[in-house]
Design a protein around this ligand. Structure first.
Ligand SMILES: *Cc1c(COP(=O)(O)O)cnc(C)c1O
Length: 446
């Protein structure tokens, strides 16, 4: 660790930011963002707005006719990919008993784990970016006119046209699954560069759908860099840049418009007297950052968003707390980026997201893998919901808001709080793999 970052040694950074020492020692760490601004003020320097979220939402609406024919399982929701919002009172009671604390307010879960097509939050941004590219090409080729039903994308003519183009992406697994399935269905040639964390079943599933999977021994950053390099010299190849893509980000942000409807329909109020606290598992940051951005556009100062990460991969916490964003990685301070939460196994956060979201986020926290396993088993037992480990990172947030000295001090009263845990993946995990996760959690609870 003799390396310097922005002209200072790591030791010097640690003196200035003692929180870095906690992080380096793999301690569970919580951080409140001192740079958070009132919403109106934060928007003054923000290049993206609600209009961008609306634009993405309209694009997804245009593709609804396509989804109804290409993925019949989406017919029930009119070709819109959306996940349920659910109250989880039994899990709340379980957490209160386990941690011996009362959690003021109500506890809900957003089941992106059950999104159609790819069973994770990546079905938002990943699929959206592929649709964005397909629409652009179809318009450029003159295949599509304003007002046409997008059902035509499910035709041999369109698939043949798109087969001259390719899509590439680097992923820890779930993004690859979303991009791969969607691209192959539309007729694109598609290559997914998978990091060492990616589960075998995800690679197998993609190959079964005609996707080219390239495997790496190294972690996510390398898989992304390789994918980017291979796409660079090919004008017919679109690289989905998980670290920098605004398109991806906007696909995630649309979730907020949908959630507003769901909360209204359920009679759940969100206003300054009924604050909404949202806990988002964070890898590179695009998914949770995009969702948080959308939520801020919809609910302004009434929503409070937190990123949740494994202690071994807390790159966003590290980047935001030091202000270094993507200029620092967990490896720079001696952390290995190894976690059971494969969807969160990212050592260097997106600089784009870290920078853009700096005035909007309420804070970050890290938690140990063992907690994710435990809560995985508890959620299955109390609510019958089976999620992958990554998706449980948010579940610790409501507990920390009630019993952690740092987060307790967050200056918003909680007695009417709505706590929303964003469950980011799990419904497509093969049963035998899920049984192993559950057994590991049960083992820790005994
Ligand atoms: C990708 C992923 C996340 C985090 O999304 P990022 O955009 O990488 O921050 C969280 N949970 C699961 C299950 C994921 O697959």
């Amino acid at each position: 660790m003799h390396q310097e970052i922005q002209g200072k040694s790591i030791a010097r950074w640690m003196e200035e930011y003692p929180i870095m020492k906690e992080i380096a020692h793999l301690k569970e760490t919580a951080w409140i963002n001192p740079g958070k601004m009132p919403f109106e003020k934060a928007m003054q320097n923000c290049p993206l707005t609600m209009a961008d979220v609306q634009d993405a939402s309209h694009r997804l609406d245009r593709f609804a006719d396509y989804f109804k024919v290409a993925f019949p399982e989406t017919q029930a929701t009119g070709g819109i990919l959306e996940s349920p919002l659910k109250a989880i009172p039994h899990m709340k009671a379980c957490l209160e008993e386990d941690f011996g604390c009362a959690i003021p307010g109500d506890l809900f879960i957003k089941l992106d784990s059950h999104l159609p097509i790819s069973g994770s939050i990546k079905a938002r941004g990943g699929i959206y970016e592929v649709l964005y590219v397909a629409e652009k090409i179809a318009l450029e080729l003159g295949l599509l006119k304003a007002g046409d039903s997008y059902e035509v994308f499910h035709s041999q003519k369109f698939r043949d046209a798109l087969s001259r183009y390719s899509i590439a992406v680097g992923s820890t697994g779930n993004l690859g699954l979303s991009i791969g399935i969607m691209s192959a269905k539309l007729g694109f040639r598609v290559t997914v560069h998978m990091s060492a964390d990616a589960r075998q079943w995800k690679k197998d599933m993609l190959r079964s759908k005609g996707v080219t999977v390239v495997e790496y021994e190294s972690d996510y950053s390398i898989a992304v860099a390789q994918g980017r390099a291979q796409a660079q010299n090919d004008p017919y190849c679109h690289f989905v840049d998980d670290e920098n893509s605004q398109t991806l980000f906007m696909g995630y942000a649309v979730a907020a418009l949908r959630l507003r409807r769901q909360l209204e329909d359920a009679g759940i109020r969100v206003d300054d007297r009924h604050p909404l606290f949202v806990y988002l598992p964070c890898g590179v940051g695009g998914g949770p950052g995009g969702v948080a951005f959308g939520l801020k556009q919809v609910f302004g100062d009434s929503v409070h968003c937190f990123f949740a990460e494994p202690t071994h991969s807390c790159c966003m916490l590290l980047g935001m707390a030091t202000g270094l964003n993507s200029a620092i990685s967990v490896q720079d301070i001696g952390i290995d980026n190894r976690t059971v939460a494969d969807g969160l196994a990212v050592g260097r956060a997106s600089g784009f997201v870290g920078g853009l979201m700096a005035p909007f986020m309420s804070g970050c926290y890290s938690l140990e893998d063992g907690r994710m396993y435990r809560m995985l088993a508890q959620l299955a037992d109390t609510e019958g919901l089976k999620l992958e480990p990554s998706a449980l990172a948010g579940m610790y947030g409501p507990v920390l808001m009630a019993n952690d000295p740092v987060l307790c001090a967050y200056p918003i009263p909680r007695e009417n709080a709505v706590h929303l845990v964003w469950a980011t993946g799990g419904s497509m995990v093969p049963p035998e793999e899920m049984r192993a996760y559950y057994a590991a959690g049960k083992n820790l609870l005994d």
